[in-house]
Design a binder for this molecule. Structure first.
Ligand code: CAA
Length: 388
């Protein structure tokens, strides 16, 4: 076994893991290469994940969710990612960002209105924080929201929005206070946006290196009139809400990275036992054995750190910078492991005939989105203290 969790799983956790694996292998894996080649999003995915309950895993049952803990959710997400990383990011963003923001900071009325259809997979969620000129420095965002009677009027452009063209609910951050004393994070508010609002436009679909069947778009708000009751939580607190939600989101991306890395390792092990050179399977050569051993160590270490962070959260403790550590380690492991997998496959791995090529392209973005590796290092460094 190379994919065992070092964490003892409960019967329920093991059951969800098996369900996710069976679904991913039967429904997602056979289509993943074609969707990637055609850069095509399959809208049926939303209903399929919804039917399994995988779009409401972290939501309480009163909102039609499964009420599961973070570890169970991450186990399922890893299985989805191993089959199709594009499907995994849809599931990760929806579960970690918009639904969690609504659950934590929404009024009871907002929660009742939006969460049940999101949990059932009838409405997909998206998260719009970044802008063309505000990526790592997210607090520099320039989208403005100005109060006008019973509405807020939003103007600006949001970038890198996963699911932005197929979402029914988008949690968007906009500046509500532009005074000098409120520069930075504190003058930013969060809004519940729906695509039916006048002034909502999908302005660009990105043509990406990887995750090609996951839509990533730019959104333009052109005098977008948002009813006042769509403000989430307290005015001016949207940036804090977004960063807090990203803490959870980063564990989802770590699980996605572990899934990609595990799949690359499995494929490399299989290929090394089948491919013969110099009269023997290449697995017999120490150069390949060492490579596979190092790959297995990195996948296992990344998963163990992720699961430890998730269990802290599930015990009610704040995992804080451990989520950034998990994302950093898992995404760098995924990039390294997929690079080694291509090396094991040699020239074949460099062609589109073999899955490791897609895994390598899909791995890269895990070092970039929901906070680059450099941003994770900043968050980790800020958390470091000398022992008492
Ligand atoms: N939980 C709660 N509050 C938090 C927090 C957390 N995890 N992190 C920060 N805050 C609070 C701070 O305490 C601070 O509050 P005060 O104003 O009361 O002091 C406030 O939020 C602002 O925090 P900072 O002062 O640390 O803000 P900063 O401007 O220095 O930025 C940063 C910090 C870590 C660099 C942050 O900007 C960041 O994480 N940048 C990366 C953004 C990112 O991950 N973007 C990804 C977008 S989503 C995406 O990728 C697309 C997709 O669809 C997948």
């Amino acid at each position: 076994m190379t994919d065992a969790s070092l964490t003892p799983l409960t019967a329920d956790q093991a059951e969800i893991q098996r369900t996710a694996r069976a679904f991913a292998r039967a429904e997602l894996a056979p289509k993943a290469a074609e969707l990637d080649r055609e850069s095509r999003f399959d809208p049926a995915l939303i209903g399929q994940l919804g039917e399994l309950g995988f779009l409401g895993m972290l939501l309480p049952e009163e909102y039609d969710g499964l009420g599961m803990d973070s570890l169970t959710y991450l186990l399922a997400l890893e299985e989805i990612a191993a089959a199709d990383a594009s499907a995994a990011v849809l599931m990760s963003v929806h579960n970690s960002l918009p639904t969690q923001m609504l659950l934590r900071y929404g009024s009871e009325e907002q929660r009742k209105r939006w969460l049940p259809p999101m949990a059932r997979g009838e409405v997909l969620g998206a998260f719009a924080l970044s802008e063309p000129d505000a990526g790592s420095d997210a607090a520099a965002l320039r989208t403005q929201a100005v109060r006008d009677g019973d509405h807020w009027v939003l103007n600006g452009t949001k970038a890198w929005v996963t699911n932005g063209n197929c979402a029914g609910v988008i949690l968007a951050m906009a500046r509500t206070d532009t005074s000098e004393s409120r520069r930075g994070g504190r003058g930013i508010s969060a809004f519940i946006i729906t695509p039916d609002l006048p002034g909502f436009h999908v302005s660009k679909k990105e043509n990406k290196l990887g995750l090609r069947s996951s839509p990533t778009v730019q959104l333009t708000f052109d005098d977008l009139r948002v009813p006042a009751d769509r403000l989430l939580g307290d005015e001016g607190m949207g940036f804090v809400y977004a960063l807090q939600s990203l803490e959870h989101g980063r564990m989802g991306i770590a699980a996605q990275a572990v899934g990609i890395a595990q799949r690359a390792l499995d494929l490399a092990i299989q290929y090394a036992s089948e491919r013969k050179q110099f009269g023997a399977p290449i697995h017999d050569f120490q150069g390949i054995q060492f490579k596979l051993a190092d790959m297995a160590c990195r996948v296992t270490a990344a998963r163990a750190l992720l699961h430890a962070a998730a269990m802290m959260k599930d015990r009610g403790e704040s995992p804080g910078a451990y989520t950034s550590m998990a994302k950093l380690m898992a995404s760098e492991a995924a990039m390294w492991v997929t690079t080694q997998a291509i090396q094991v496959f040699g020239g074949y791995g460099y062609t589109k005939d073999y899955e490791v090529e897609r895994l390598f392209r899909d791995a890269k973005v895990t070092e970039i989105y929901e906070g680059t590796s450099e941003i994770q290092r900043i968050v980790i460094a800020r958390s470091l203290r000398l022992p008492d």
